[in-house]
Design a protein around this ligand. Structure first.
Ligand code: FPP
Length: 259
C-alpha cells in the first residue's frame, strides 16, 4: 500500500447496485501472491507487496459496501516454515503497513485488531501492533482483524488453556463461553469466507467461527481480486440460503388433509 490518499470511488459507489443482503463479516484467505509473482518472473515477496496494495482497495470497497468486519489471513502459524527471507519479508510488510497506513486507516474509521499470538514476533513489532490497536480503538466504521501468527487450532488450544487457568467448571463450558475465549471475542462469526487462487481448503482459518459460514472460492490470485470480484462474491452470498442445519421453509412435509 502506498501512503498517498485515495478517496472512495464515489462515482462508482453511486452507480453500484448493491445486493439485497450485505454480510456483516467477510473473512478472506488472501492466497496466490506467490504464483502471481512467479507468473510474472518476480520474486515471491513482490507478490506479497502487490497483495498488500490490493488490500487497500478491498478495505475501501468494504467501507463502501458497509461491511462492518473484515478478517484477513496474513500469516499463519504454519507460515514460519517458509524460507527465512519470505518470513522476514512478511514481518517487514506488517511493520510497513502500520508505519505508512495507520493514519489513513484511522481517518477512514478503521479499527484495527490482531488475532493470533503476538509473542513470537520481534518485541519492537509487538509494540507497534499494540500501539496501532490503541490508536484506532474508538473507530467503528470497519473493524479490520489481522490474523498474523494465527492458527485456528492454536486459538482453540489457547482458549482451553485460559479456561482452565480461570477455573471454568465443565458444566459451564458452552458455545458462547468458548467464543468469548477466542482471539475474536466480541466479533460476530464470519458470514462468508472467500479464498482466492483456486485452492479449495480451509487451512486452519477460523475453524470455530466459520462453522456456518458460506465459502466462496475464486481462481483469481489475491493481487488481482478487485472490487468487482468482491461484489460478485457478495451477490453470490445474497442468493444463498443459510439453513444452519435446519430445512428450507417450503421443504417440510405436506400438511395432512382430511379426506
Ligand atoms: C498466501 O499466498 C499469502 C500469504 C501467506 C501472505 C498474505 C499477506 C499479504 C497479502 C500481505 C498483507 C499483510 C499484512 C500484514 C497486512 P501464497 O504466498 O501462499 O501464494 P502461493 O500459494 O501462490 O504460493
Amino acid at each position: 500500500m502506498s501512503s498517498t490518499n485515495h478517496p472512495l470511488p464515489m462515482n462508482q459507489s453511486e452507480k453500484t447496485e448493491l445486493p439485497e443482503r450485505i454480510p456483516q463479516h467477510v473473512a478472506i484467505i488472501m492466497d496466490g501472491n506467490g504464483r502471481w509473482a512467479i507468473s510474472r518472473g518476480l520474486p515471491r515477496l513482490a507478490g506479497h507487496r502487490a497483495g498488500t496494495e490490493n488490500l487497500r482497495r478491498i478495505i475501501e470497497a468494504c467501507i463502501e459496501f458497509k461491511i462492518r468486519y473484515l478478517t484477513i489471513y496474513a500469516f499463519s502459524t504454519e507460515n514460519w516454515g517458509r524460507p527465512q527471507e519470505e518470513v522476514q519479508g512478511l514481518m517487514r510488510i506488517l511493520e510497513d503497513v502500520i508505519d505508512r497506513e495507520i493514519q489513513e486507516l484511522h481517518d477512514q474509521g478503521v479499527k484495527l485488531r490482531h488475532i493470533g499470538r503476538l509473542d513470537r514476533l520481534d518485541p519492537r513489532l509487538q509494540e507497534k501492533v499494540l500501539q496501532a490497536i490503541e490508536f484506532t480503538k474508538d473507530n467503528n466504521r470497519l473493524t479490520l482483524n489481522v490474523a498474523f501468527n494465527y492458527g485456528g487450532r492454536d486459538e482453540i488450544v489457547c482458549a482451553i488453556q485460559h479456561m482452565l487457568e480461570d477455573g471454568v467448571e465443565a458444566e459451564d463450558v458452552s458455545d458462547e463461553l468458548v467464543s468469548q475465549y477466542l482471539f475474536t471475542a466480541g466479533v460476530p462469526d464470519p458470514d462468508i469466507i472467500i479464498r482466492t487462487s483456486g485452492e479449495l481448503r480451509g487451512s486452519n482459518f477460523l475453524i470455530w467461527q466459520g462453522a456456518y459460514c458460506e465459502w466462496i472460492f475464486t481462481p483469481t490470485y489475491w493481487p488481482d481480486f478487485d472490487r468487482t470480484e468482491l461484489l460478485s462474491a457478495l451477490e453470490e452470498f445474497s442468493q444463498r440460503e443459510r439453513r444452519y442445519g435446519k430445512i428450507a421453509e417450503n421443504q417440510g412435509d405436506l400438511p395432512q388433509h382430511a379426506s
